[in-house]
Design a protein around this ligand. Structure first.
Ligand code: BGC
Length: 754
């Protein structure tokens, strides 16, 4: 990292500190703050987060210092005879007790990226909260402002539900399309990931709570997640997964980083000196704390000395490694120094001060949640994340007054699907389709009670008939008797499992039968990532709706009827077949539980479209792809190098159709003579709303790291001098405009401040 970037990073940190201090000052508490400051000098909001953390740390006894580094699971667990301590928020992910004597609040932790989740073992009723669409859907909007707004909304629900730490900010790159958690992450591209997830984290933290970016790092598949070692060379990971974290963190300053379950090059991620001490806290100068994933700690001494600051979710680990006894023993025999314990506490306190947690205590005030307003936020997000994949002959948008519409399958009469696992939010009205999927975690399958059928009926103007789709022949008969058939197909995915790319439960046969009966068949897919579509050529239109959140039914209907443009673009490549992937066979499948194994990542930084490009594979749908109800032309591409060496790409896009629409012009760059991990990388994009006939200009400065390769020995980003090609267009494989630019080349340090 060069000095300029370092300064930008530091000013972000300073700004965050200043803002949290300002936020309190703005509430007009000068007198009480002063009074508090006398008794508790660390509550003086005019001091920096650093100074405040130091003042408080000085007051803490060693016993108190052990309290902040050890967290409990927030729900009872019958099979482990675990009863959480008093003070938890029942059904939550976690709890770290506070210290009343010093005014340190408890850390109440809630999952996750789509909203306030409730753990299934809860003995209390589920919290019913607003759910955003899946992370992958938000990323598919390519609209950082929406991601931020969504983050601000769920962060507000977290705060009003009594949580001050939100375990949100899933940013693992989609290296494995079968990964059951892709729906929580979002993309295969580090720039898109960094900008979109960074925006969400900023939104969450705007509520004076901490957001936790996760899972650091390379938790790319769920099969064998507790034991596998993700093996990838340093340059490859610095230019891909780590770059995604780095970009998101520079933009959002998250108060915590969650280390992952898996191992990285042999070491557990929560015991990885390389990941935690060297890269995160060293090179990136990360000032806050590392919390473990729930059950990701395997030692006291190795983990503490590698840089883990807080063990989460006791009772998931085999032992309470950071509990008072084991940590006390390590401190007593000197294998963990007291300075390390101080550092852990300082980092936690610094985050609590810098992010306003200390100055703005949370309380449970859930009656204040404005669900109607929040439904609009999640709906807007879902609408922009839905991707129109096929639209033959302008079948969509649907005309109001179509004579008879058949709606088939997917429980479209009941609701929309949610992804499974710790992140599942129970929406208003609870789960309208109980009893499906695995009985235990990550099941059961949860739906949100916002049925597309009702939303379609409200708009159709003509007859709308529903068939559950359980018998393809019956569904085909209804389709044959209708003007239009809309088939809903679902692929549920969830944490702790990976999934085949084929739709389950004979749904491919259902679509094939309906399409045969009616050419005007539209398929709405709800899935957590790419799926195969053997029926693609036989259907008229396809919408990828992901898991669209608690207003998902409305959002789907609005896109179907063209009340809004279809403006989502794929954040992941949809492969045509498994043999196109770097690992056609999923590693670890069929191994007895607990057997350690390695996953090699020969693609290095060539993730997703880069791999497809490099190998000349033709995907089912490329990265960046998505149709609109209008069409766009791209022009005026320019690549200019400014006096400070920054490459800026600019161009314009024109709406050539008769409807207003949203364009997502994408810019890619690559060395003319090759030499990178792949022919090109995404360098930037913009989302623009354009009236018919209107043009819009855009201009994007390119992050220098996207023009560089990582030199491990020199710990530098190196830009090779020479000619570079720049492309502009609608997806990774539709780039009608290109130009060239000559770069002088150079290098800059990967260490912040150097
Ligand atoms: C997941 C985390 C989650 C934690 C707490 C783990 O199983 O991997 O993402 O935040 O549980 O529920």
């Amino acid at each position: 990292m060069n000095n300029r970037k370092m300064r930008a990073f530091m000013s972000t940190l300073l700004l965050a500190t200043a803002l949290s201090a300002g936020a309190v000052a703005a509430t007009g508490i000068t007198a009480p703050a002063h009074a508090a400051a006398t008794a508790r000098p660390w509550m003086d909001t005019s001091l920096s987060a650093d100074a405040r953390a130091d003042l408080l740390l000085r007051e803490m006894t060693v016993e108190e210092k052990k309290i902040l580094v050890f967290g409990y699971f927030g729900s009872p667990m019958k099979d482990k005879n675990y009863v959480p301590p008093a003070g938890i928020r029942m059904g939550s992910a976690g709890y770290v007790p506070g210290i009343d004597r010093l005014g340190i609040p408890a850390q109440w932790q809630t999952d996750a990226g789509v909203g306030v989740a409730t753990q299934r073992d809860s003995t209390d009723p589920m919290r019913e909260r607003t759910s955003l669409p899946a992370g992958i859907a938000t990323v598919a909007s390519w609209n950082p402002a929406l991601a931020r707004q969504g983050g601000a909304m769920i962060g507000k629900e977290a705060r009003l539900s009594g949580f001050n730490v939100m375990l949100a900010g899933g940013i693992n790159l989609v290296r494995e399309p079968r990964n059951g958690r892709n729906f929580e992450y979002g993309t295969e591209d580090p720039l898109l990931a960094g900008i979109m997830v960074g925006a969400q984290i900023s939104g969450i933290q705007s509520n004076n709570i901490v957001s936790t970016i996760k899972h650091y790092a390379l938790n790319a598949q769920e099969t064998g997640r507790f034991v596998l070692s993700a093996n990838i060379d340093e340059a490859g990971v610095r230019m891909s997964d780590l770059l995604a974290f780095e970009i998101a963190m520079e933009r959002s300053n998250p108060g915590s980083v969650m280390c992952a379950y898996n191992r990285y090059n042999g070491d557990y991620a929560c015991e990885s000196d390389f990941l935690l001490n060297k890269v995160l806290k060293g090179d990136w100068a990360y000032p806050y704390y590392v919390m473990s994933d729930w059950g990701a700690v395997h030692s006291t001494v190795k983990a503490a000395n590698a840089g883990l600051d807080q063990e989460s979710g006791f009772v998931f680990d085999k032992e309470p490694y950071f509990g008072p006894e084991l940590l006390g023993k390590a401190l007593a025999d000197g294998s963990v120094g007291i300075a390390r314990l101080d550092d852990m506490n300082r980092r936690i306190l610094r985050a609590l001060f810098a992010h306003g947690v200390m100055d703005n205590p949370v309380t449970v005030e859930d009656h204040k949640i404005d669900y109607a307003a929040h439904a609009k936020v999640t709906q807007a997000d879902a609408e922009e994340g839905i991707v129109l994949l096929k639209n033959q002959g302008g079948l969509l948008p649907l005309a109001v007054g179509a004579k008879k519409i058949a709606v088939i399958g997917g429980y479209a009469d009941k609701g929309v699907m949610a992804g499974g696992g710790s992140s599942t939010v129970f929406g208003p009205g609870g789960n309208p389709v109980p009893g499906l999927g695995p009985k235990n975690f990550p099941g059961p399958i949860v739906f949100h009670a916002n049925p597309p059928l009702a939303a379609i009926k409200a708009r159709a103007g003509g007859e709308v008939a529903f068939d559950a789709g359980t018998d393809p022949a019956v569904a085909a008969k209804l389709a044959a008797d209708s003007d239009i058939a809309i088939v809903f197909v679902n692929q549920w995915t969830g944490e702790a499992m990976d999934f085949a790319l084929s739709l389950p439960d004979n749904q491919d046969a259902l679509v094939a039968a309906v399409a045969k009966a009616n050419k005007r068949t539209i398929v709405v897919v709800q899935s957590g990532g790419p799926v195969l579509m053997p029926w693609l050529k036989d259907v008229g239109a396809v919408l990828e709706a992901w898991y669209p959140g608690t207003a998902g039914g409305e959002a789907i209907a609005r896109v179907l009827f063209g009340e809004v443009d279809a403006s989502g673009r794929l954040p992941v490549t949809f492969p045509a077949s498994l043999d196109q992937l770097p690992r056609p066979k999923l590693d670890g499948e069929g191994l007895p539980d607990g057997t350690k194994f390695d996953v090699a990542y020969p693609e290095g930084a060539a993730v997703g479209y880069k791999w497809f490009d490099k190998n000349g594979h033709k995907p089912l749908f490329p990265f960046g792809y998505g149709l609109s109800y209008t069409n766009f032309a791209y022009q005026d591409l320019k690549a200019e190098v400014g006096a400070d060496g920054t490459l800026t790409l600019s161009g314009s896009v024109t709406n050539k159709g008769a409807r207003a629409g949203k364009a997502v012009p994408q810019l890619y760059v690559g060395p003319a003579g090759g030499g990178w991990e792949a022919p090109k990388r995404l360098a930037g994009w913009q989302k623009l709303e354009l009236a018919p006939g209107a043009s819009g200009r855009f201009s994007v400065p390119v992050d220098a790291r996207l023009l560089a390769s990582f030199d491990v020995a020199r710990k530098e980003w190196v830009v090779k001098p020479g000619r570079y090609k720049v492309w502009l267009g609608a997806s990774a494989t539709d780039l009608p405009v290109s130009t060239e630019v000559v770069l002088k080349g150079g290098s800059f340090s990967a260490v912040k401040g150097k």
